[in-house]
Structure formats: structure tokens, C-alpha cells
Design a protein around this ligand. Structure first.
Ligand SMILES: C[S@@+](CC[C@H](N)C(=O)[O-])C[C@H]1O[C@@H](n2cnc3c(N)ncnc32)[C@H](O)[C@@H]1O
Length: 323
């Protein structure tokens, strides 16, 4: 299994084979670069699988993000927002009622081009300004994300949003520290960060179904509603790894969402590792719960399709406060 890492010295990705330790600069055919992987699926809509289930999943996750954005906005308007790893800018409508300015970046060029196209339509006639640029969050420079948009200030944003992306920053603890530190530096004191991230305990039960006995049960009731763990032939997502159980923390695994996201290497984030990184980078945890528990409390409906629940059951929702 090839995994994408980041060279701090050369400020570019490199690839390492988990089994042999071999390293190379170019992405192997079997493991596309993360940015190329996302660019390759622009416009894809669940072609390989049950389109209705995939639409249900997308609609549901959009509803969860809308509820999270509403919670983070806390009745305020005129917010300045940083949407890190913004993808195709799918959250811009959700921010529009609360924000005066949304800045976003992503490493995938085609995704940013699509976000910029959408911003011209969505921003037209709206008091909110949307701007998106190509940038890799792992880069050291510029020192302040706001300077990607012509501002020199560091703490420029009321809210930083990182949706379905933080698993890309855990190929090492150092990279995770760098990422969350930069998120913290970008946020005004008392400001908010919201994120959706993979629940390592659920992931571990799926990847290592034969060795569950020493797993700590997940918090909350929602994961119990998800059908039994282990691989199911009609899953919407593919999960694989070649490492023995939790061999190295955070351990690498491969995630693919049929027809939408090609197989890409991600990194498991045990909750205690994440909490340590957050503490060390100046974040207080205001909320941390399973995506399904959050949805049950905050969304109008939760889908009943077990395949959708198996994907959604992989995630948690976090709300952080800059201390
Ligand atoms: C699952 S998508 C989520 C997109 C968007 N946040 C959403 O919720 O719709 C993950 C995104 O993270 C981006 N990404 C991953 N690693 C990145 C990095 N190091 N720098 C910038 N973007 C990155 C990918 O290109 C992709 O668009």
C-alpha cells in the first residue's frame, strides 16, 4: 500500500510503500496524489453504484454540515470564514446567511476552478463575497492563510471550517500539529473551528473485525444503530489497510467512496491523539460527538438506508473554541 506523505524540507508530497519502506517523489499508478484524485472525479455522481443511495448520502451530509454551520454561527451575521479544503465550494450556500466573506482553498485545481465558477453565480447580488484559491494546507508559506487573499493579518477569521478532510493531515503528528496550529493562528481569539472527521474506533472495528474484543466501545448511542461491523459486499465505501491492527498510530488505510472518491490513502486519528494535538495547538473542545448523534439532535431527518448509515457512522463532528 502506497501512502502520500509530505516533505517539510522540499515542501512537496512524497510517497512511501507501507510494506517495503520504498520512497518516491512521483505518485505510483496504484495511488494517485490526493489532489489529482479529487480533480479526477469532478462531476462524478455515483456512477459505479446505487445512485439513489449516493444521493441520499450527499444530501444527508450536506444537512449535517448546514446544521453545524448554523450552530457555529450562533445567530451572528457578518462572519469572516475560512473554508479549508473547500473542494468544489459545496458549502457556500450554507454560509451565505451568516457570512460577509468566505475564503477557501484546496489543493485540487479543478475543484477550485469549479468553486470559483459557482461563486460567480452564488455571490452575484449577494452581500457575501466568496473567494477560492489553490493552496496545499501542508505548505509552510505563506505564514498566514489570509495572505493568500492579500491580507497580512494572521487571526483573520471568526470561523475556520474543515469538513471531511483532517484525515489527510495525520500522516505524521508533526503535520497534524502544523495544520491545527495554522487553523488556530488563522482564527480570532474566542473564534470557532468546526470539523467532521473519521471515528477511529468505528474504523478500527471495520478494518479489523476479528480482533474487536479489546476495543473500547464508541460513545453515544448512534453507532449501535449502524448494522454489524466488518465488510459488506454492497457497501458504498471501500475500506482497506495492510497494516496489522493499529501497528503505528496514526495508521494508514485506504478509503474509496464508490463512483465519487477514488481509493486514496488516509490516516486514522485515535481520539486521544487528536485531543493531544488540539490541546497542544490552543484549541478547547466544545463539542465532540458521532455524526449520527449530532444529526439526530440537529437535522430534520436521518436516513434509514443501512448502506448510507454505514458510511455516515464512520464520522464524528467536532466544535472547537480558540483559547
Ligand atoms: C472529502 S473532500 C471535502 C471537500 C469539502 N470540504 C466538502 O465537505 O465538500 C476533501 C478535500 O480535501 C482536499 N485536500 C486534501 N488534502 C489537502 C491538502 N493538503 N491541502 C489542500 N486541500 C487538501 C481535497 O482536494 C478535497 O477537495
Amino acid at each position: 500500500m502506497w501512502v502520500e506523505h509530505w516533505s517539510k524540507t522540499h515542501q512537496r508530497p512524497f510517497y512511501a510503500c507501507v510494506e517495503t519502506g520504498e520512497r518516491r517523489w512521483d505518485a505510483p499508478n496504484t495511488a494517485p496524489a490526493i489532489s489529482e484524485g479529487y480533480d479526477s472525479v469532478i462531476g462524478a455522481a455515483g456512477a459505479e453504484t446505487d445512485e439513489l443511495a449516493m444521493k441520499t448520502l450527499r444530501t444527508f451530509h450536506n444537512a449535517v454540515k448546514r446544521a453545524l454551520i448554523t450552530f457555529a454561527s450562533a445567530g451572528r451575521t457578518g462572519l469572516r470564514v475560512m473554508d479549508v479544503c473547500c473542494g468544489k465550494g459545496g458549502d457556500m450556500h450554507k454560509w451565505r446567511p451568516y457570512a460577509q466573506e468566505v475564503h477557501g482553498f484546496d489543493g485540487a485545481r479543478e475543484c477550485v476552478a469549479e468553486a470559483t465558477r459557482r461563486a460567480q453565480v452564488t455571490g452575484n447580488g449577494s452581500p457575501c463575497v466568496f473567494r477560492y484559491v489553490v493552496h496545499d494546507a501542508r505548505r509552510d508559506k505563506p505564514a498566514a492563510w489570509a495572505s493568500l487573499f492579500g491580507e497580512e493579518t494572521h487571526a483573520a477569521y471568526d470561523v475556520v471550517s474543515a469538513q471531511f478532510c483532517v484525515h489527510y493531515f495525520f500522516s505524521s503528528r508533526d503535520l497534524a500539529l502544523h495544520f491545527f496550529r495554522r487553523c488556530r493562528e488563522s482564527t480570532l481569539p474566542g473564534g470557532t473551528m468546526i470539523m467532521t472527521y473519521v471515528d477511529e474506533e468505528v474504523l478500527s472495528r471495520r478494518l479489523f473485525p476479528a480482533s474487536n474484543s479489546d476495543d473500547v466501545p464508541s460513545e453515544g448511542s448512534a453507532p449501535d444503530d449502524v448494522p454489524s461491523e466488518g465488510s459488506a459486499p454492497d457497501d458504498l465505501c471501500r475500506l482497506t489497510t495492510t497494516v496489522p491492527k493499529r501497528a503505528a498510530v496514526p495508521y494508514p488505510y485506504v478509503f474509496g467512496l464508490a463512483g465519487c472518491v477514488p481509493d486514496l490513502a488516509e490516516h486514522a486519528i485515535p481520539r486521544e491523539v487528536l485531543r493531544g494535538v488540539l490541546r497542544d495547538t490552543g484549541w478547547d473542545i466544545t463539542r465532540d460527538e458521532t455524526l449520527l448523534a449530532f444529526a439526530e439532535a440537529s437535522c430534520p431527518t436521518v436516513p434509514s438506508d443501512p448502506r448510507v448509515l454505514r458510511v455516515s457512522g464512520l464520522y464524528r463532528v467536532g466544535v472547537l473554541t480558540a483559547c
